[in-house]
Design a protein around this ligand. Structure first.
Ligand SMILES: Nc1ncnc2c1ncn2[C@@H]1O[C@H](COP(=O)(O)OP(=O)(O)O)[C@@H](O)[C@H]1O
Ligand SMILES: C[C@@](O)(CCOP(=O)(O)O)CC(=O)O
Ligand SMILES: [Mg+2]
Length: 386
């Protein structure tokens, strides 16, 4: 049997970090994704669990009996009853991963590989298989590579275990119902927990369900954009780690509870207003230009509040200043501390201005692209004949 799953990355239009503290945030899927190819029963590889991270040219392999010796197996696999990874289990997973020498430059991968092992064993049990992962999402840049990795893995493993077994459409993709997507999402959240420490759940939700969502206290509301949105994404290429940044914000909130709670509350109000504007249709009293101006103002306010949380970075400030010279508004997206920055491209902006701003940003060593926003969520395709 061969299973393919693909899950999109995301941009957060408003509300990152505050969403971890129960406030509203707005996110949309983008057309960059992580793909997992899961091959069960490889000839000659019986008794092995293999993980190949193709883009990084890294391979991991464990004998199933070694994993069984290492992990308490009484309750596994769990597949339809989602459970979180205990701290004892986490320590064992880290020890299993540490048996492989991960290059120092990729050391952040250790938690991703631990999440793989946890999801694999919890959902599929001790089966022989090989997972080949590819992604065109920059890793650790704020575009939700961790969530799309966990969503694609969870979906493929739930299909392998037979827990999700819907009919296929004409392209061979499983037609996933709401409950099946919900199960994928819950497992992916447990994977995100291993990578992020304290995720809000917004990234795995938008990767699972796609399109545009508002997310608050674990509740997802779908948003139908009535306004065409075009965003330039600038990757500063400054590496950072979501777990550390989220923990830093929590520590600041611990030191200044009243002030930080006001910051979070302001962001909540900004997210609500932003989602109302995005959803308003063409028949609304305000013209598209007026709506875009409001969005720019809200993005600017959100960025100011993110600065007050301590998650900006010199590279992000450089993008803000550069785009401001062209009267364009930008804000960081994701956890900040480097990573990616969004710039709203208003509908009447001449294309030569976009070209000029991209040229200046790229001359600083940044990488710019325009991603399509709001495509579908996770897709799974099962081939029983292989
Ligand atoms: N394709 C992948 N293979 C293995 N691990 C991955 C992959 N994509 C993401 N990860 C894990 O997620 C981490 C990056 O997640 P994070 O810091 O949340 O940034 P982001 O989600 O914005 O890309 C990586 O260090 C790695 O542990
Ligand atoms: C900072 C946060 O709001 C988003 C993190 O996104 P990313 O991992 O940087 O793509 C954390 C979360 O919501 O779990
Ligand atoms: Mg992440």
């Amino acid at each position: 049997m061969e299973i393919r799953a693909r899950a999109p990355g995301k941009i957060i239009l408003c509300g990152e970090h505050a969403v971890v503290h129960g406030c509203a945030a707005v996110a949309a899927s983008i057309d960059l994704c992580t793909q997992v190819l899961l091959q069960s029963s490889q000839d000659g590889d019986v008794g092995l669990l293999q993980l190949e991270l193709k883009d990084l040219n890294l391979q991991f392999s464990w004998s199933i009996s070694r994993i069984q010796d290492f992990l308490p197996s009484e309750t596994l696999p769990l597949s339809s009853s989602v459970e979180c990874c205990s701290s004892d289990m986490m320590e064992r997973l880290i020890a299993l991963v540490a048996e492989h020498n991960i290059p120092e430059a990729n050391i952040g991968l250790a938690v991703g590989v631990s999440a793989f092992l946890w999801l694999y064993i919890s959902i599929a049990g001790f089966k022989t298989a090989k997972a080949i992962v590819t992604s065109n999402l920059p890793m650790g840049s704020g575009l939700g590579s961790s969530a799309s990795f966990c969503v694609a893995l969870s979906a493929s493993l739930l299909a392998l275990s037979g827990t999700i077994s819907s009919a296929s459409d004409q392209d061979g993709n499983l037609v996933l119902g709401e409950r099946e997507r919900e199960l994928v999402n819950r497992w992916a959240f447990e994977g995100e927990r291993i990578i992020h420490g304290r995720p809000s759940g917004i990234d795995n939700s938008v990767s699972t369900f796609g399109n545009m969502i508002m997310f608050k206290s674990g509740e997802l509301t779908r948003i139908k954009a009535g306004l065409p949105l075009k965003m330039l994404i600038t990757n500063t290429k400054v590496g950072r780690n979501t777990k550390a940044l989220v923990a830093g914000v929590a520590e600041r909130a611990g030191r200044h509870p009243e002030a930080m709670s006001s910051v979070f509350k302001a962001i909540d109000a900004i997210s609500m207003e932003l989602s109302t504007i995005i959803q308003s249709g063409a028949s609304d009293d305000l013209s598209i230009i007026e709506k875009e101006e409001k969005l720019q103002e809200l993005m600017e306010m959100n960025m100011g509040l993110l600065q007050s949380m301590g998650v900006s970075h010199a590279s992000i400030e450089m993008v803000l200043q550069t785009t401001l010279k062209y009267k364009l508004t930008s804000k960081l997206t994701g956890a900040g501390g480097g990573g990616c920055v969004l710039t709203l491209l208003p509908s009447l902006l001449p294309s030569n201005v976009v070209e000029k701003v991209i040229a200046v940003l790229e001359s600083h060593g940044f990488q710019c692209f325009i991603a399509a926003i709001g495509g579908g969520g996770v897709e799974v395709c099962v081939n029983h004949r292989l």
